[in-house]
Write a protein that binds this ligand. Sequence first.
Ligand code: G6P
Length: 367
Amino acid sequence: NAAEKGGYEHFMLKEMYEQPKAIADTFSPRIKDGRIEIEELGMDDEAIRAVKKIVIVACGSAYHTGMTSKYIFEGMARIPVEVDLASEFRYRDPILTDGTLVIVISQSGETADSLAALREAKEKGCKVLGIVNVVGSSIAREADNVMYTWAGPEIAVATTKAYSCQLIALYLLAMKFAHVRGTISEGELAEMIEDLKKLPAQVEMLLNNKDRIQKFANRYLAAKSIFFIGRGIDYAISMEGSLKLKEVSYIHSEAYAAGELKHGTISLIEDGTLVTALLTQENLYKKMISNIEEVKTRGAFVMAVTNEGHSDVEKAADYVVYIPKTNKYFTNSLAIIPLQLFGYYVAVGRGCDVDKPRNLAKSVTVE
Ligand code: G6P
């Protein structure tokens, strides 16, 4: 009912607005005296140094946070990471050698495939860490250790705040591992902690830009197909942006690694096709501008999401959304906000049942 929605039209919008607090609740208890402390990890420094590989298993949006964190664990902590869909992992007899840490990410803690993957990993002798939102859920109980995301109850089928909290938990883990293993300096850690603390206010600011995004979304209510492109972390953001849009609006959309465009997707670009381009990574910036030009030549209309200060993107793209400055590893937390709003407003404009899209369940407890 309306009271439960706290004055918002839908749970999805309410939960998007709860993100600043949820994010802060997830990092605050784990930052002490300028250090990352994750007691529930159950690993001392020696155990953290002994990790040779991380295998992340999840479904849906949780899989996307796993994809984002692959770039972060590898870039920041120099640990090789494999990310697998739980439904694939459980049937491929995965090779889990000594020193492999398995991380299972799940909002509900009840997803059947993720739970089965957890059991498979334990059977093979691996230590399993759960990143879970629902306290006392099956995955939380069966994992060797559990790190909770403090998003609070999430009602809308399309996840927003739980997704954002999973990212934060993964940032904290990567920072902890990187610091212990000596791949980041004290100074870099201190800077990252400062940037983490700024995220809630920055997310709030982006949410307050909702009218502009709504206006833009209203132009695409009849779109047949929408594309999301990015490289590196921005590719991972593209996947989540695309899923948000299609699951609630029923408009077909696809996320593509921008460098792969010319190997297929570009043939689908027609006059007026909307392409959302993500450019938050400085080292990939020029490459992304060329990808924007490629699709523009084929008639695409390009919405770009980029860092503040890059006003030159306006020369290449048709419509630009800026995100405030943050650490290069944390941009997903900001860039996802306009994409969540976009998906939401396209669905609202089309009269879709935003909180309960057809055929989808909040928690998939059957195979
Ligand atoms: C369902 C939900 C998705 C979610 C996925 C994994 O498909 O609709 O939003 O990402 O399950 O759920 P979990 O609870 O394991 O994170």
